[in-house]
Design a protein. Structure first.
Length: 401
């Protein structure tokens, strides 16, 4: 997964633990072996068997993730409910299992977000929090599976779309609560919500805790080369839209040509001597962050010659460059703009030619070609023009040109 850079979660229909897991396993089927191995170690046999199936939600093909009840549970009529829903018990169970690297830490982080929210809402100490909403084995399964996925993709950054608010009430062990549930609201403070006119619980507390565990900047822009996508469906059918989470995975930006931003600073003068312009140019080139300076000659009003200054400046050094322009030249105003630019990879080496050390700039060009250019200052002391040209040519050819 080393090429992966960013994962964007689109909460199209909503966000729940099983929807997240299903979408991620749809996008990254190679993670299934790790996930199911972790679940086998943390779930008792009587809980049932984790299952990843394929189906549809609305008009979209999507994966579903759930717990297939064991034969004993089906015959006895018992559901998958268990009594180990306290924060302390669940953390102990996760830490006591021999899980894949990072899974326990990530699953514990998800539970901790839930516990802190419940502690604040119900005013109970953190260690005494009891998770009614994850008191089923399938809910614990979602937390551990999500933790395993996040740990497996540890190098990726995450973002999420705006979230559907829903509406109405949800039935809980605490009675009827407003939607979004208080724990969900507590966990997702700072996230962006939308009202699409569809009621019901759209984002569950477990889904909220997963998002809080991975998303540090909810509104981050997701871009780059799209390398994988997946859809995870929820159990509920929504009117006129699929009830799915979509995961979009993007490759590292380093796969694209290097680029950056540069400030272009310009002005003209018509009342400075050549000597004064020469001194000013030296002063401007010496300002930290000034990448280049060119001076051209234009024709001004009444045919007067005008010297046009153009500087390329690192944006953070723009203020210092402007101040130097206004101090060292006779101009009474400057202009600037920020431009995007593409730059080629380059390196500086020192080559020896005829007992002379010469700095050489090597540039990697599209298609694999490498060009070289010797620094003129290092050749200035070498006899006449013919001698300097000869050493320059030999140095550049020997450096890969």
């Amino acid at each position: 997964m080393s090429e992966l850079a960013h994962i964007h979660i689109e909460a199209i229909g909503g966000m729940a633990g099983d929807m997240f897991v299903a979408a991620m396993l749809d996008a990254f089927p190679q993670l299934a072996a790790r996930i199911f191995a972790d679940l086998e170690k943390v779930l008792p046999k009587e809980a049932g068997r984790p299952e990843l199936s394929e189906g549809r939600s609305g008009a979209i093909r999507a994966r579903r993730f759930g717990l297939l009840p064991s034969a004993s549970s089906r015959c006895s009529g018992r559901n998958s409910h268990h009594r180990h829903g306290s924060f302390r018990d669940l953390i102990a169970r996760i830490n006591g299992a021999s899980l894949s690297e990072g899974t326990a830490a990530q699953a514990s982080a998800i539970l901790t977000h839930l516990a802190r929210a419940e502690s604040r809402i119900h005013q109970v100490p953190l260690e005494e929090v009891h998770f009614h909403e994850i008191a089923d084995w399938d809910s614990l399964m979602d937390v551990v599976a999500a933790g395993s996925i996040i740990a497996a993709l540890a190098e990726a950054t995450w973002s999420v779309s705006d979230l559907p608010r829903g509406g109405g009430v949800v039935h809980t062990e605490h009675g009827q609560l407003p939607v979004p549930a208080p724990a969900t609201v507590e966990i997702l403070k700072g996230f962006i919500w939308r009202d699409d006119g569809i009621s019901g619980e759209r984002v569950t507390p477990t889904g909220a805790a997963i998002l809080r565990s991975v998303v540090s900047v909810p509104a981050r822009k997701a871009d780059g080369e799209l390398v994988a996508s997946g859809y995870g469906a929820g159990a509920r059918d929504l009117p006129d839209m699929p009830n799915v989470v979509r995961a979009l995975a993007f490759a590292k930006a380093s796969t694209a040509p290097p680029s950056d931003r540069v400030a272009v600073l310009s002005f003209e003068v018509d009342d400075m001597t050549g000597e004064e312009i020469g001194v000013a140019a030296e002063k401007l080139r010496a300002v930290e962050g000034v990448l280049d300076l060119t001076i051209g000659t234009l024709a001004g009003k009444k045919g007067r010659p005008v010297s046009a200054f153009r500087l390329l400046v690192v944006p953070d050094s723009l203020d210092a460059a402007k101040e130097c322009c206004l101090t060292e030249t006779s101009t009474i105003g400057v202009r600037w703009r920020i431009e995007e630019r593409r730059v080629l990879a380059r390196e500086s080496i020192v080559a020896e030619q005829d007992a002379t050390c010469v700095r050489v700039k090597r540039v990697s060009r599209p298609g694999g070609e490498v060009t070289s250019k010797a620094e003129s200052d290092d050749l200035a002391h070498l006899g006449g023009l013919a001698r300097r040209r000869s050493v320059k040519k030999q140095t550049e050819e020997g450096s890969g040109r």
